[in-house]
Design a protein around this ligand. Structure first.
Ligand SMILES: [Fe+2]
Ligand SMILES: [Fe+2]
Length: 164
């Protein structure tokens, strides 16, 4: 773990060890990549980019980590009411609020991360940043340029998979 990774772990604190975050390892998000691996990738790159740009790195890291905390199988049509594209940021914000005390900026980061396709408008530079980083990471994942499970292992985060 390098210095940035240690600082990222300190910044995201108890969220990284929480059952809800680790549970994201149960579901696939882009191809073979789990929602947990994707979320850690987005959170870590957002944290690094926010620091480089002099932005709020805590909100970027926490918002990035929780942006896809919808906690269901996106292919299961009974798990959410309508279009995954519009539903999942709202489900993620609800779950995130049950897990931690979100700032209004962090809440908006989660709700606006699909912008301009849907959801809220990004209301801070950090929200715009996480939106862009999410798209960038999704591209690297879909085209198999980077597999973020390597990052998860370096960060020492273990997915929570049901036994059996
Ligand atoms: Fe998403
Ligand atoms: Fe995402």
């Amino acid at each position: 773990m390098n210095r940035f990774m240690r600082e990222f772990v300190e910044t995201t604190g108890e969220l990284l060890g929480s059952d809800q975050v680790r549970m994201m390892g149960r579901w696939k998000h882009h191809g073979p990549i789990t929602t947990l691996d994707h979320s850690l990738f987005v959170a870590y790159l957002s944290f690094r980019a926010a620091r480089a740009l002099g932005l709020d790195e805590t909100a970027a890291a926490r918002g990035g980590l929780l942006h896809d905390l919808y906690l269901y199988d996106s292919k299961d049509k009974s798990a959410h009411p309508g279009w995954q594209c519009f539903d999942h940021p709202r489900a993620a914000a609800r779950n995130a609020e049950a897990l931690t005390r979100l700032s209004s900026k962090e809440r908006n980061i989660i709700l606006s991360h699909m912008w301009p396709l849907g959801g809220q408008l990004p209301r801070s530079p950090e929200a715009l940043l996480v939106d862009l980083v999410d798209t960038f990471c999704a591209g690297l994942e879909v085209f198999r340029i980077y597999h973020p499970s390597r990052l998860r292992e370096k960060l020492g985060v273990r997915p929570l998979i049901p036994a059996g």
